[in-house]
Design a protein around this ligand. Structure first.
Ligand SMILES: Nc1ncnc2c1ncn2[C@@H]1O[C@H](COP(=O)(O)OP(=O)(O)O)[C@@H](O)[C@H]1O
Ligand SMILES: [Mg+2]
Length: 377
């Protein structure tokens, strides 16, 4: 990755500062600078042996919650200095409870962590090595909002079970974990006592009804809250005054309790971070530049065929604009729209009328605004 590594020298872990971590994450996560700052600081603390502080990410569907988790994993993997932190797992909250027995089941989580840890320790780990690798884990729990204590107005007991189980784990607990390890050249079954105190927890969820819930509270004249007015400059040079409701301005812990989060569970989070909705310029950048962007993926595909895939700037803007209209799916819509456009090209690029032969013998295919309009209407 950098010069040092070629010669085998690694940086001291303290030298990988939050801004460095941020830049790396920012290659795959765009437009969420606030959230990335919190995450970068937490990773810095975690990797330098301090208590990282647990984070709760709240954001509408398709704003990047799961993408942030995936990019933390990519970071641990790409940065050689972080190899001892690679025991990381991303798991959906509902997989941590047995709904028939009404029980919290950390065993699934521990099994996933163990599997990652074994990749670090080799296939014949000593109990000490396996325990140490597991205890440095980063644990991302996705779709936490689905495990609310209230669902559609009805009590949801399993949600309480999950939140209570998780809160104990996040506080720092000794979890008995049965596994196989190697002692004096022999494989033995052993119960490891895994201390969760130094693990880092990041939870995420969309909390879909939270927005309306808080809006209604704030809009109520007796609430004493006041929404901010803002001057909006439109593309045609006009200025309008708009009163916009932004969840960031008003969200209180009590709102999350009312949503159905157990107060003691919420108290385990040092930071509750809201992700912003993505606007057209950011969606366009995601389409073109993010590590995992749909355009880059297709470009790689066409490269194999000897075709240089390009996209007209307006075409990219049109795709982004169309994705923004799908308000409930966020950046996920990019993939859908782009997928429809590109499928026609991937199916039989050679007979496409847009294909051009270049002087050097290669080929070029440009995604034009017309191709986009044909799909988006
Ligand atoms: N902030 C972002 N930066 C880059 N890509 C994003 C971002 N948000 C969403 N995406 C893309 O959109 C898709 C859905 O995002 P995801 O993170 O799964 O959304 P959610 O917030 O619902 O978990 C993914 O393919 C991802 O690549
Ligand atoms: Mg998600």
């Amino acid at each position: 990755m950098n010069e040092n590594n070629k010669t085998g020298g690694l940086r001291p872990i303290e030298d990988i500062t939050p801004p460095t971590i941020y830049r790396e994450l920012n290659r795959g996560v765009l437009g969420q600078s606030t959230a990335l700052r919190y995450v970068s600081v937490a990773i810095f603390k975690h990797t330098t042996g301090k208590v990282p502080g647990n984070i709760l990410l709240i954001g509408n569907s398709g704003t990047g919650k799961t993408t942030i988790m995936n990019n933390i994993q990519r970071l641990y993997h790409d940065v050689p200095e972080y190899d001892s932190f690679r025991a990381m797992t991303i798991i959906n909250a509902n997989l941590l409870v047995d709904s028939e027995r009404m029980e919290f089941q950390p065993s699934r989580l521990m099994a996933a962590v163990e599997q990652r840890a074994r990749a670090l320790t080799g296939d014949k780990p000593t109990p000490e090595a396996l325990k140490a690798a597991m205890e440095r884990a980063t644990i991302c729990i996705d779709e936490i909002d689905k495990m609310s204590s209230v669902v559609a107005g009805k009590p949801n007991a399993i949600g309480v079970v999950l939140q209570q189980g998780l809160l104990t784990l996040m506080e720092g607990e000794l979890v008995a974990h049965t596994t196989h390890v190697w002692v004096d050249g022999e494989e033995v079954q052993m119960v490891l006592s895994i201390d969760t105190r130094h693990m880092m927890f990041i939870c995420g969820g969309a909390f879909e009804t939270l927005y309306d819930q808080v809006y209604l509270r704030v809009a109520n004249p007796s609430s004493g809250e006041k929404m901010k007015s803002q001057a909006i400059h439109t593309a045609d040079g006009q200025v309008r005054i708009e009163t916009r409701f932004s969840l960031t301005d008003f969200l209180k812990p009590e709102d999350l309790f009312e949503y159905g989060m157990v107060p003691q569970f919420m108290a385990r989070f040092d930071n509750v971070v809201l992700l912003r909705d993505l606007d057209t310029p950011i969606l366009k950048e995601i389409l073109l530049k993010s590590v995992d962007s749909p355009f880059q993926r297709s470009k790689n595909f066409f490269e194999v065929l000897g075709i240089n895939l390009e996209i007209d700037d307006l075409a990219a803007a049109l795709i982004a604009e169309s994705a923004e209209k799908n308000i409930r799916t966020g950046a996920r819509a990019l993939r859908t729209i782009f997928g429809k456009i590109i499928n026609r090209l991937e199916f039989d690029p050679w007979s496409h009328k847009g294909i051009e032969k270049l002087d050097d013998g290669g080929h070029r295919l440009v995604i034009t605004p017309d191709m986009v309009r044909r799909i988006t209407g």
